[in-house]
Design a protein around this ligand. Sequence first.
Ligand code: HPA
Length: 249
Amino acid sequence: MDTERIDLAVIGGTGLYRLAGLEAEAPHQPPTKYGALSGPVRIGTLAGRRVAFLARHGEGHSVPPHLINYRANLAALHALGARRVLALNTVGGIGERYGPRVLACPDQIIDYTWGRVSTFCEEAGSEVLHVDFGDPYTPALRAEILAAAAAAGVAMVDGGCYGATQGPRLETRAEIARLRRDGCDLVGMTGMPEAALARELGLDYACVAIVANWAAGCGDAEEITFQQVLDNVAAASTALPGLLEALLA
Ligand code: HPA
């Protein structure tokens, strides 16, 4: 396996199945002791740096949030040489600053998911880790992302609390009202356990959330359609190449 250092690993969410501009070599799909990854890891050059990309839901969006093998994905990226992970997560907006097509770099998480394998500390004889998770996203990487956004002229909301829900269905209005009372600004289905597993592996990890829709009951829409989600992700994602170039500079 090629374990040359990777400058940045990017995990793409809903609507982000390839990384624009990445001149990728042959795809890697290493076996892991946790099972199969969501799909191939594409490693190549972007802005002169070695970058890896993995589509979290698979390149054909075939893996639902609760069935993503988060452990295999992160273990493979780690084994391939990644130490910094930029997670791109498609989300719904709850707080008024987080409308459709906004990019945000959240700083907190509340985990409402259940039944997902959420730790590497499960094997017999493995060390039980109680990792610090007070700041679930690596502050230094967040600062770099925000500085890169400023340098690239990309508008990005600094901070916010990501509420991680189970999916794959969207939430009820009452559930979103509860998340709002809890202090969530964003809602998505894939933020956890990915962030916690990254911390257990000692990876630097931060999220750029791409707001695809107002969460249930937050906007005027009667219904949230997948097409609306994809259209808004596509529109907001036009800022990503500039952001990545600045981040990798
Ligand atoms: N809720 C949960 N996850 C999402 C949403 C949402 O409204 N939009 C995109 N991902």
